[in-house]
Write a protein that binds this ligand. Structure first.
Ligand SMILES: NC(=O)c1ccc[n+]([C@@H]2O[C@H](COP(=O)([O-])OP(=O)(O)OC[C@H]3O[C@@H](n4cnc5c(N)ncnc54)[C@H](OP(=O)(O)O)[C@@H]3O)[C@@H](O)[C@H]2O)c1
Length: 184
């Protein structure tokens, strides 16, 4: 029996984000770096999970990501696209994510806050975990990750990678919210 069937479901939200030193996450249309291994890492973290993203991020990806549910936030009640579920509020997104996990009869209990800037703003205070990629650059302008109080987050693992010919120095860091439990 899956955890969602036996009535003990405790769903958690995980923020997955890559950001520069100055909190820039993209130029508004797409990412502005290519890091070796980062896409594979994001795939392995998010596989089997619902992804909650903004309509602009959906367009920047351009397709549904296999093995995951794409839940797209828009204020446009008429908007739809093949391969995703369109919703008009974060609470609706969370409800759709939980429903999908329950239907897939999985032990998985994570919903992924997938960006971009507007959607991180909406959902970061519900997250229990942040899977952060840091990129050692400071681009001029762009979409920002919200300011958060990092004192409330405990870094539980960290890995750094040296710069290469085609990419800057970057790091992978897992943070856990230390201010209490945040079940959805
Ligand atoms: N580095 C990373 O990890 C990462 C991850 C994801 C995205 N990004 C980057 O972030 C940028 C996009 O971010 P963004 O902030 O411009 O856009 P976004 O957050 O992806 O999407 C914004 C859209 O979400 C919808 N929305 C926002 N708040 C809503 C609400 N309360 N209720 C319903 N719908 C709502 C609106 O869609 P409508 O206009 O349709 O109403 C809004 O235009 C791109 O450059 C992308 O590459 C980076």
């Amino acid at each position: 029996m899956s955890n969602s069937e036996n009535g003990t479901s405790k769903f958690q939200m995980v923020c997955v984000v890559a950001m520069a030193n100055n909190r820039v996450i993209g130029d508004g249309d797409s990412l502005i770096w290519h890091l070796p291994g980062d896409l594979a890492r994001v795939k392995s973290i998010t596989m089997g999970c619902p992804l909650i993203m903004g309509r602009r991020t959906w367009h920047s990806i351009g397709r549904p990501l296999p093995g995951r549910l794409s839940i797209v936030l828009t204020r446009d009640t008429q908007w739809h696209a093949d391969g995703c579920i369109a919703v008009n509020s974060l609470s609706q997104a969370i409800a759709e994510g939980k429903k999908w996990l329950a239907q897939t009869k999985t032990e998985e209990n994570r919903l992924i806050l997938f960006g971009g800037g507007e959607i991180y703003n909406l959902g970061i205070d519900l997250c229990q975990w942040i899977e952060l990629t840091t990129v050692n650059i400071s681009p001029n302008g762009g979409t920002l990750f919200p300011k958060i109080n990092w004192q409330e987050w405990q870094r539980v693992s960290s890995q750094t990678h040296a710069a290469g010919a085609t990419h800057p120095e970057f790091g992978y860091h897992r943070y856990h919210y230390s201010g209490g439990t945040r079940y959805l």
